[in-house]
Design a protein around this ligand. Structure first.
Ligand code: GLC
Length: 731
C-alpha cells in the first residue's frame, strides 16, 4: 500500500469510526504504561483516587466505574486460593465451585531446592487464582527462619537468604505471567508471631542487609514482583507500615520498586493499641506518609485520607503517587483489556495438571532423614500397619489456611497406600486420633495391630491449626501421646517408618531414634498421600534437602548453618549424663554448647538422603589466586557419581568461608546450588562460578565490600559434609 492510500485509509477510518480515533490513552493497550497511568490519573477526582487505596470489602478495593477502571481482588494464601468469603464478613460464601488445590507448604517448596518446581508452583497457583478471578495472591513469604517456634514459618522458604532468593523469583515470574500479581510478604523482619504487633526488631544493618533483606531484594529486582505486603512488627521503633526506611529508602529508592505496597490487614490500625497513633486518623497520616498504597483492612484510609488532603497535611501529589502505583498494577494485570476471565479461558478447578504439580511438589519436598534399608517397601511389603494422627487427616495434611480447603478432595496416605497395595494388605489403627490427643485410647489397639503387621508406617506431626499465623509453640516436641505411640510400637519390634507432616521442623530425634527410617514431608497439601505412597513404595526416589536446621531440642534454637565461629569453638562436648557428680566447673570445657544437647543439630541445613548413594570428588579450582577486580570468575568443579543401583537426584551445594576479615564471617555461606539427576554408575563434572560479588559482605561503613584474603570452598551434599579447598583473593 502506497503512502497516499495509507493516509486515506487512516482518514477514512477516523471519520467512519470516531471512537477508535478518540480512544483515550489509558484505554489504549498499545500506549506506554506510564502514559496510560498519567492519562487515567488526570481524569480522576480526589474521591475516586482515595477509593483505589483501601478495601471496599474483604479482599477487594474499588475501581472507577465512570472511567472503566476495574476493581482489584486479592486472596490468600501462599499455597492455595482460599475459599470465597462474604462481601464484608469472614463467613464462607459456601460456593460449590471455589476451593482449589492445596499445594504443599512453602517450606516444602524450598526443600525441593528446585527453581523449576518453584516456577511450576507459581504457574499452577496463578492459574487457579485466575480461575477464581483473583488479581493478587497474598504470598509467597520469604522471611528468614531463625527459630521454628514461629508458626508463620510454613509460608516461608527456610533459613538461608540465598536459597529463599533463588526459589522465590521463578514463583513470582510464572504467577505474574498468568496476569496474577504476587504479593511478597511480610516485609520485613516478621520472624516471630508471638507479640508480632509489638515486637520491635533491632538488628544491625549487617544483619538486615545480609540476612533479612536479600530474598525481598531478589523478589523486587529479579522477580519484578508487582506488590509487597508490609508486616505487623516494628523495626527500629516504627511499625513496618509507617517505616520510611523500609518502605521508601530501601524498597523504593535503593531497589527501584514501582509496585503496590499493601498493609498487612489491620497493621495500620494496629498502631492505635500500640500507642503510636491516637486514632485511625493519625494512623492514616503515618501510613500514607510512609508510602502504604492500599489499606487492606480498610478501617483508616476510607474515612481519613481525603480529610488529610483537605486539611493540607497530605498533599494530593502524595495521593497521586499512591494511585499511580495502583493504576500501574491494574494495567500490568491487563484488567482493562480483560477485567474478567472468560469462562472458556478459565483453567479447570482441581485441574489434573494442578493435582499432579501438587503431588510432584510434595514428592520433591519430602526429605529422607534416615533409612536402615527398610525403604523402599517395594511392590510386596507384606501386611502394612498404617497408624498415627496424620495417616488419615485430610484437613490437617493441607496445612494452615486449611480451613479454606475442601478436605473431601485430599488424598491421605492411608487412602493412597490402600490404592497402591489393596485394602487387605493395609490395616489401619490410628493409635492417636489427632496430634494433641492425650487420651491414649487407641494406642493399645495400634500396638496389637502391629503384632500382625510386617511393617509399621507411623504418620506423625502437627495439626494444621498448630502451625500458621499467630500460632507459635513454646516446645517443638510432638504434642499429645505421639511419642508414647512410637515407643510402644517400637517395643513390638517390627520394622517401623516414621513420616512427619508439619508446618515447620519439630524436635523429633527420639521418635526417629526408635524408628528404622524417617521421612520429613512438612504439610504436603491435597496430594500428600499419593506423594508419600510413591516415596515409601520406591516408585519415587526422595530428593528433598532440609531448607532449615533441625535441632535436637527447642532450646538449641536459634540454630542455623551460617553462624559465626565463637571465640572458643566447642571442638568436643560432654554429654550431660557423663558429667561426674560434683564435677569441677571447668571440667566440661569453657566453650559454647548446650550440656543437654551437645554441639550439633539433629540434622544440618541442606541434608537429605536418597535410595541411591552419591560420591563427591574433591573440588578443584580454576585458579589458586584470583583478583577481586577480575572479570573472569573463579570456577569451582567437582565430580559427583551415583554409586548406587538406581537413578536419583542430588543437590550439589556450594559453600564458602571467608577465613579472616575485618568482621567475623559465618563458618559457612551458601553461594550456589544445582539439582542434578544421575543414572546408576553415572558420574558428572559439576562446575560453578564464584564471582567476586558473591564474596562480598556488609562492611562497617555500610557498603558492600570485598576483602582480599583466604577463602575456603565446599561443593557438598549438605552444609556439614565435605572437605574444603582454599583460594586466595587479591586486590
Ligand atoms: C493476615 C496475614 C497475612 C494475610 C492477611 C490477609 O493477618 O498476616 O499473611 O495475607 O492478613 O488474610
Amino acid at each position: 500500500m502506497n503512502i497516499r492510500s495509507l493516509i486515506l485509509t487512516v482518514a477514512l477510518t477516523a471519520t467512519a469510526y470516531p471512537a477508535l480515533a478518540e480512544k483515550p490513552t489509558y484505554q489504549n493497550e498499545d500506549a506506554q504504561l506510564e502514559q496510560r497511568v498519567e492519562d487515567a490519573l488526570k481524569r480522576m477526582t480526589l474521591e475516586e483516587k482515595v477509593a483505589l487505596c483501601h478495601a471496599q470489602s474483604k479482599f477487594s478495593s474499588a475501581g472507577v466505574p465512570r472511567l472503566g477502571i476495574p476493581e482489584l481482588w486479592m486472596s490468600d494464601g501462599p499455597h492455595g486460593v482460599r475459599m470465597e468469603i462474604n462481601w464484608n464478613d469472614w463467613g464462607h460464601s459456601n460456593w460449590t465451585n471455589d476451593s482449589v488445590t492445596a499445594f504443599p507448604a512453602l517450606t516444602a517448596l524450598a526443600a525441593t531446592w528446585n527453581p523449576e518446581m518453584s516456577a511450576l508452583y507459581g504457574k499452577s497457583l496463578g492459574e487457579e487464582a485466575r480461575y477464581r478471578e483473583k488479581d493478587v495472591m497474598l504470598g509467597p513469604g520469604v522471611n528468614i527462619y531463625r527459630t521454628p517456634i514461629n508458626g508463620r514459618n510454613f509460608e516461608y522458604m527456610g533459613e538461608d537468604p540465598f536459597l529463599a532468593g533463588e526459589m522465590v523469583v521463578p514463583y513470582i515470574q510464572e504467577m505474574q505471567k498468568n496476569g496474577v500479581a504476587a504479593c511478597v510478604k511480610h516485609y520485613a523482619l516478621n520472624n516471630q508471631e508471638k507479640w508480632r504487633g509489638t515486637v520491635d526488631v533491632e538488628v544491625s544493618d549487617r544483619a538486615l542487609y545480609e540476612i533479612y533483606l536479600p530474598a525481598f531484594k531478589k523478589a523486587v529486582e529479579d522477580g519484578k514482583v508487582w506488590s509487597i505486603m508490609g508486616s505487623y512488627n516494628r523495626y527500629q521503633g516504627q511499625h513496618a507500615c509507617h517505616n520510611k526506611r523500609l518502605l521508601q529508602d530501601i524498597l523504593r529508592d535503593e531497589w527501584g520498586f514501582d509496585g503496590v505496597i499493601v498493609s498487612d490487614w489491620g497493621s495500620i490500625s494496629d498502631m492505635i493499641p500500640a500507642g503510636v497513633a491516637a486514632d485511625r486518623k493519625e494512623a492514616t497520616l503515618l501510613a500514607a506518609a510512609a508510602g502504604v498504597d492500599i489499606d487492606m483492612e480498610g478501617l483508616c484510609y476510607p474515612a481519613h485520607l481525603e480529610e488529610w488532603v483537605k486539611e493540607g497535611k497530605i498533599s494530593e501529589e502524595t495521593i497521586d503517587g499512591m494511585v499511580r502505583n495502583v493504576l500501574r498494577l491494574k494495567f500490568r494485570l491487563g484488567l482493562f483489556e480483560n477485567p474478567y476471565t472468560e469462562i472458556e479461558n478459565r483453567p479447570v478447578m482441581y485441574a489434573p495438571e494442578h493435582l499432579e504439580t501438587a503431588r510432584r511438589l510434595a514428592e520433591e519436598g519430602t526429605v529422607l532423614l534416615k533409612n536402615d534399608g527398610i525403604l523402599p517397601l517395594g511392590k510386596k511389603p507384606g501386611k502394612i500397619l498404617v497408624t498415627g494422627p496424620l495417616a488419615d487427616a485430610p484437613h490437617d495434611q493441607c496445612g494452615t489456611w486449611a480451613p479454606d480447603r475442601e478436605k473431601s478432595r485430599s488424598v491421605t496416605p492411608l487412602a493412597a497406600l490402600r490404592r497402591m497395595y489393596g485394602r487387605e494388605a493395609v490395616i489401619y489403627s490410628p493409635g492417636v486420633r489427632y496430634s494433641r490427643d492425650n487420651s491414649g485410647d487407641g494406642i493399645s489397639a495400634a500396638v496389637e495391630a502391629a503384632r500382625d503387621a510386617d511393617v509399621v508406617l507411623c504418620f506423625l506431626g502437627e495439626e494444621a491449626v498448630l502451625s500458621g499465623e499467630a500460632h507459635c509453640l513454646a516446645s517443638l516436641d510432638l504434642k499429645g501421646r505421639q511419642r508414647e505411640l512410637v515407643e510402644r510400637l517400637h517395643a513390638v519390634g517390627k520394622p517401623t517408618v516414621a513420616v512427619f507432616m508439619a508446618g515447620r521442623p519439630l524436635t523429633v530425634g527420639r521418635e526417629i531414634e526408635l524408628s528404622d527410617a524417617a521421612l520429613y514431608s512438612f504439610h504436603g497439601g491435597t496430594m500428600a498421600g499419593p506423594a508419600l505412597a510413591n516415596i515409601l513404595s520406591g516408585d519415587v526416589n526422595p530428593s528433598g534437602k532440609l531448607p532449615v536446621t533441625m535441632a535436637r531440642l527447642t532450646g538449641q534454637y536459634p540454630m542455623y548453618h551460617a553462624h559465626k565461629n565463637t571465640g572458643r569453638p566447642p571442638f568436643w562436648s560432654v554429654d550431660i549424663d557423663d558429667i561426674p557428680v560434683e564435677a569441677e566447673q571447668t571440667s566440661t570445657g569453657c566453650t559454647s554448647y548446650h550440656l543437654d544437647a551437645g554441639v550439633e543439630p539433629l540434622y544440618p541445613f541442606g541434608y537429605g538422603l536418597s535410595y541411591t548413594e552419591f560420591e563427591f570428588g574433591t573440588p578443584t579450582l580454576s585458579a589458586q589466586t584470583v583478583s577481586k577486580s577480575s572479570a573472569v570468575p573463579l570456577k569451582v568443579s567437582c565430580t559427583v557419581k551415583n554409586t548406587g543401583n538406581r537413578r536419583g537426584e542430588e543437590t550439589v551445594q556450594l559453600y564458602i568461608r571467608d577465613k579472616v576479615a575485618s568482621l567475623a564471617r559465618p563458618v559457612k555461606e551458601l553461594r550456589d546450588f544445582v539439582k542434578i539427576s544421575l543414572e546408576p554408575g553415572e558420574a558428572r563434572q559439576i562446575e560453578m562460578e564464584l564471582s567476586p560479588d558473591r564474596l562480598a559482605f556488609h562492611g562497617l561503613d555500610g557498603s558492600e565490600i570485598i576483602e582480599p584474603g583466604e577463602f575456603e570452598v565446599w561443593m557438598a551434599p549438605d552444609s556439614s559434609s565435605g572437605e574444603p579447598v582454599t583460594f586466595t583473593l587479591t586486590d
